[in-house]
Design a protein around this ligand. Sequence first.
Ligand code: COA
Length: 141
Amino acid sequence: MFTIKETTADSLIALRWQVLRPGHPESAAHFAEDAAEGSVHFAALDTNGAVIGCASVIKKNNALQLRGMATAPEWQGKGVGQAVLVAVQQHAQRCSLPLWCNARVSAVGFYQKSGWHTQGEPFTVAGVGPHYLMRFSSESC
Ligand SMILES: CC(C)(COP(=O)(O)OP(=O)(O)OC[C@H]1O[C@@H](n2cnc3c(N)ncnc32)[C@H](O)[C@@H]1OP(=O)(O)O)[C@@H](O)C(=O)NCCC(=O)NCCS
């Protein structure tokens, strides 16, 4: 069992670091826009209140960028990521702003299951690997 709530970036750093930036310094798990106006952070919490899933939404140029999407390894494949993603999508719909992300190629299928679409050719993010630009359209909800 888990719940989804809006939270602070600080509470997500440990999970981001573990899942998204292993082997890098902890500073790599902080995003420059974490505290910027319009940034919103979501956590999935287990019954003990531990953070087991996370995602952040950064407002840029009248659009929302999803960043830091991660599920704790022992919780992957149990619906946590999808529940966090639904919270992100609902936030974008409330804001009436387009939602996009740079998705790891290995995660493209996860986003496609929720109605996201790739755009253009894959590109490499230094130190992380190949990515696709992906967009969510609210019509797919
Ligand atoms: C990608 C990630 C966030 C998915 O979270 P999760 O909690 O495991 O996903 P869920 O259990 O909610 O899966 C929802 C659906 O997507 C599917 N899915 C999950 N990960 C997938 C993947 N990598 N590729 C294709 N489909 C995937 C699941 O099978 C499930 O499908 P179903 O509804 O038909 O059963 C998680 O695996 C993760 O943290 N991966 C490592 C970090 C990462 O790649 N983050 C994304 C950076 S862009």
